[in-house]
Structure formats: C-alpha cells, structure tokens
Write a new protein. Structure first.
Length: 613
C-alpha cells in the first residue's frame, strides 16, 4: 500500500511539472495530418490558430506555419511578465490571418446582366435602436461608408453603395475606370474597380465590376468576420496581458470605425514585425507596444498601441481613413484619447485621411520624437484638448494641402486648446501652415484625476523649429475668440461694437490674449516666399487679426520670437519643396530643426519595417 501511495505521489508530481513547463504548439493548416484533435506537435499539428489560442497558457508559444487562415481568433488567456504567451509566424510574413472568405457561384441578376449576386448570410450589428431594430453602421451619419462589409476582387476594394436600386443608378452614371488603385477615391468613379451592395433582409450580396465582367472569372473575397484576432472591452472588460505577436499579416476584417479588427485590449501586450491592412473600419488596437509594423489602407483610422505607458516604435501608418467619414469626429492614421504616458519614436505617417496622428481628449505625458509626417490630408500632428505633450526632432512635409472642408488651422504641427506642450527642434516644410495654435476654449473636461479641466492653450513652448516654404503662414496663431473682435455671427446678433463689448464683460474666461497665456515662441527659423505673409495673429474673419511679413515687427507687437530669424531657402529644394540641410545653413548654426532628418523617407523606413511588407 505504501508503495502504491508513493507511486501515486510521483505521478502527481510529474503531472504538475509537465503542466508548469512551457509548451510549444504547432499550427500547420496546410498539413494533411493537421487536426484540432491533435496535441500540437510537429508530427501532429493543430489545424487552427483558434484552437492553439484556447490551449496556450503563460509561457507557452504558438508556432504558426505558412498559409492563409480564414478564422477568427478570440484571446482569453494571459501571460505574465516573465512568461508571456507568444504567437509566432514561421517564417515571418508567411502567415495571413484574414476576415474574408472566397465567394463563388455568382448568378446574373435578371434584366441586369452586368450585376451578379450570391447568397449572403452575414449581418454586422453594432447596436440596436430602442424598438429593437439593428443598427448596421457607425457613426450615425455614415449609413453607407460606416458599414462593416467589404468586397475585394483580385486584391482591389469595391466601393459600397446603399441598395440594389442605388447600384443600378450608379452604373448608369459611371464610366469605365481609367486608373484603378487599391485605395479607391470615393469621389472619383474612374478609380473604382467596381461596386457592391448588401441586402441583409433578402440575404443577398450584389456586385458590379467596372468592366462589366463576370465575377466568376475573378477571385472575389468578402469580409465575414469582424474581430479577427484578440479581444475587446465587451468580450473582456479587463482585457488580456503579456501576449506577444510576431510576424503575421492581418487583413480584410469586417470592422466598424472605432472597432479594430486586431485588438489586444489590456496591458503589456506586444505586436511586432506585423502588417495590418485593408480592414473595413478600424485596423489595430494594442494595450502595450507596437514595433516594426505597417498599418495601411484601413477604411477608417489605422490605430496602434495606446492606453497608459504605451510604445509605438518604428512603424508606418499609410493611406488609412480613405472612406469619407466625418473628419471632425474621428479620423487619421491614428487617433487616441484618454492615454497617460507613452512614446512615438521613429514612426512614419503618410497619405492618411484626416491628420497623420491625432491626440484628442486628455492625452498626457507623451513624447513624439524622430517621426516623419508626410502629405496627410489635415495636420501632420494634431494635439487637441491634451497636455504635457513633447514634440521633439520631427519632420513635417506637405501636410494639410488636400483637405476638403474646414481646415483653417491645419499645419505641420497643430496645437489646439492644449496645456504645457513643448514643440522643439522640428522641421515643417511645404505644409498648409507650418506650426499653428488654435484657440476656441475653454473646453471643460471632466476627469477622474484632475476634476474639471478648462482646456485652452496655456504654458506651451515652441522653440528652435524650422518653418519654411509653407503655403499659408510659417506660424499661425488662429485664435477664434473675442480678443480679436467679433465673429460675423456675433456682429449680426449684437449690432454695434459697444453692445458687443458689453457682452464680452460677461464672459472674461473666454477672452484669450495669446500674450497672457504663458506661451513661449522663440529661436525659430522662418522662410517665406517674397510677398508672402510670414505670421498670422488671430483668425482672418475677426476684425482685429494681424498678418506679419516681418518677424521683428511681430516680436515688437507681441513679445514672441524675440530671437527668431528669417533666412533664405538655402536648405530647400525650390522645385520639389524637399529639404536638405547644409553644414553652413542657419539651421546648423542655431541648432534648429531636426538636423539629422532623413532626406529619403522611403529608404529610411526600409531599414526597420518588415522585409515582407
């Protein structure tokens, strides 16, 4: 009996040791021997990543072999700081996790030979109305572009239309494409590879290809899964921790705006050396770190690492937010809110709709350094209702030039109603404006840590920057408040200036004099074309605004820029607007701007982005 008991104890100890020993699960969906009933060894690999994710615990690794995995992978298990859970693509770039399925057996619609349809059993619902009616788009004012469905033909996005009747009407108005691109111009039908419409009541999906061809002769994929990897606050309020992901390509998630298709909600997670592309709405969200990643062509914002104490390092955000959803609501390569502590280092934001990077609503203690912002629709970097943001050694080129609609204070760097921000040693060239302030405050915000904060520009420092050859102003102080006189609508309301001045006495907390907000602007280098106004002081629709062609006169008037200079364009390529600092330039002499900024951004990015991108 003693022997039996002893042997039982040994067996229990062995089981405990085995259970605590890190495991390695192999997933090989292309292997004919693969099955989710297997143990996950090389000889007996698992079929799906989802099954491996269910099995993996702290310290375990999931090795995924090459292939396309058409599945959704919810994560519920966490690692520890010493023993994270790892998901590894082997080799990097060979594993595609997609939210789309291939569709076939298309049928021609009677009397509409160029329109084809197929059964469609999916319905994406973000909420319900009070009467129980499902809401299939987000936000409310985007009934078509805010839907989650997407159709991809031979790698090209089709443009959504609302109904079959609207699809027929569009066909009659549309010409064959002349310059198709993977990111269609919503307002340029000649860039459309085709169009589609969904009827979730009839459960049918309709497509029309611009050349009138049969979709059965093409590879047609349609997104049928929203969250394709991770977890979100509705699945798991606290999220997951210490999960690391390496070397994957994620694409074609049927995501809504503000709902990433790849979402590691939680803390201390990591996505590295990955590509996140072509999601319908939001791209990626990481509580923790994102490094060496590409986020591109997502219909709404690309996303990235956020939360508290985040890190985004050596990543690219490109051509995101191409859908025409309200830019004032949410837009850009990446927009974040309510984050405390973080870093953007050696990142690139280019060709995104809206701003390249947007801090909005109580983002605090963030460093943005050695990043490049190129040709974004609105500002390169937009800091709004935030505080203690440090913007150091960055490059802004040709941002804010393609905006449709209000963009009056867009620039290379835009500071709006924000507190204690340091903007130093940056280079802004060829943007709508160089560096701008916008003031529409106070904008009171209820916070848990500071109570109510009346956000407005206060305590900001703009020091040692180069602002040259920007299209509008090199420095724009766009203050839209009573200090610069009445607004046209106020003039109509109050009638006389005396009556308006009496009104101003009732709202002293809304009358902001820039010179009395503890703002420092100095030791910058400016260059503008001949006859161009250098600096704007106040918005142009209020009567007391001023424009300055001479920095010294601006300094005399305001006290700002007492040691700043105006120089010739010896570091600017007059034909292209590109920059090239020379050793004897004023920038080098004054140590202004990002002196080591890359002259070839694409070449610079290639040093740190995934080779398989």
């Amino acid at each position: 009996m003693r022997f039996v008991v002893y042997m039982g104890c040994v067996a229990s100890m062995l089981i405990a040791i085995q259970a605590s020993y890190p495991m390695e699960y192999i997933v090989d969906g292309q292997n004919p021997q693969a099955s989710d009933q297997n143990s996950g060894t090389t000889e007996q690999p698992l079929k799906t990543i989802r099954k491996a994710a269910e099995m993996a615990r702290a310290g375990d690794s999931v090795i995924v072999k090459a292939g396309v995995y058409r599945e959704s992978i919810p994560l519920s298990n966490s690692g520890t700081p010493q023993s994270p859970i790892r998901f590894i693509a082997d080799p990097p770039g060979s594993v595609v996790i997609t939210g789309a399925d291939v569709l076939s057996d298309w049928k021609s619609l009677p009397d509409q030979l160029s329109i084809y349809y197929v059964e469609w059993k999916y319905q994406f619902i973000i909420n319900h109305k009070k009467d129980g009616t499902p809401i299939e788009h987000h936000p409310e004012d985007a009934p078509i572009w805010g839907r989650a469905e997407q159709v991809i033909v031979d790698g090209y996005q089709l443009v959504p239309v609302g109904t079959l009747d609207e699809l027929i009407k569009q066909i009659n108005q549309k010409q064959p494409p002349s310059a198709v691109s993977k990111v269609p111009n919503p307002k340029g039908p000649d860039t459309w590879f085709g169009m589609f419409a969904v009827d979730t009541t009839k459960k049918e999906l309709y497509v029309y290809l611009s050349d009138g061809s049969d979709p059965n002769k093409h590879r047609v994929e349609s997104s049928s899964r929203g969250l394709i990897f991770g977890t979100n606050p509705w699945m798991n309020r606290n999220g997951i921790e210490n999960v690391q992901v390496f070397g994957f390509v994620f694409r074609y998630g049927a995501s809504f705006p503000q709902r990433p298709a790849v979402w590691l909600h939680g803390r201390n997670n990591l996505i590295e050396n990955c590509v996140i592309e072509d999601m319908s709405g939001g791209g990626v969200g990481v509580g923790g770190t994102m490094r060496h990643c590409v986020v591109r062509r997502c219909g709404h914002t690309g996303g990235g690492a956020s939360g508290d104490n985040f890190l985004n390092e050596e990543c690219l955000w490109e051509e995101n937010c191409w859908k025409p959803i309200n830019r004032g609501w949410d837009a850009g390569g990446f927009k974040m809110a309510w984050s405390n502590g973080g870093v953007f280092r050696r990142c690139v934001f280019k060709h995104n709709g809206g701003p390249g990077l947007w801090f909005d609503i109580h983002v605090r203690n963030v460093l943005v350094t050695e990043c490049a912002f190129q040709e974004n629709e609105l500002s390169g970097l937009f800091i709004e209702i935030s505080r203690d943001i440090t913007v150091l050694h960055n490059l802004m080129i040709r941002n804010g030039l393609k905006a449709e609609g209000p963009s009056w204070s867009a620039g290379g760097i835009q500071i709006a109603e924000s507190i204690n921000c340091l903007v130093a040693f940056n280079t802004c060239i060829g943007n709508k404006d160089g560096i701008t302030f916008r003031e529409q405050g106070p904008r009171p915000l209820e916070t848990k840590d500071f109570g109510t904060i009346p956000y407005h520009n206060m305590g900001d420092v703009v020091l040692g920057n180069v602002c040259a050859s920007n299209n509008g102003y090199q420095l724009g102080i766009w203050y839209d408040n009573g200090f610069f006189g009445w607004h046209p609508s106020e003039k109509r309301k109050y009638g006389t200036e005396e009556a308006y001045n009496e009104y101003l006495k009732t709202i002293p907390d809304k009358i902001y004099d820039p010179t009395k907000q503890n703002i420092l602007i100095d030791r910058n280098i400016y260059y503008a074309e001949p006859e161009q106004k250098m600096i704007l002081y106040g918005v142009t629709w209020r009567p007391k605004f001023q424009e300055f062609a001479d920095v010294s006169k601006f300094s005399e008037y305001t006290g700002f820029d007492a040691h700043s200079i105006v120089t010739d364009p010896m570091f600017i390529n007059a034909e292209s607007g590109d920059y090239q600092f020379q050793q004897n330039s004023p920038a080098w002499t004054m140590q202004a701007g990002w002196l080591t900024a890359p002259s070839d951004i694409d070449k610079w990015m290639a040093e740190f982005l995934p080779s398989f991108r």
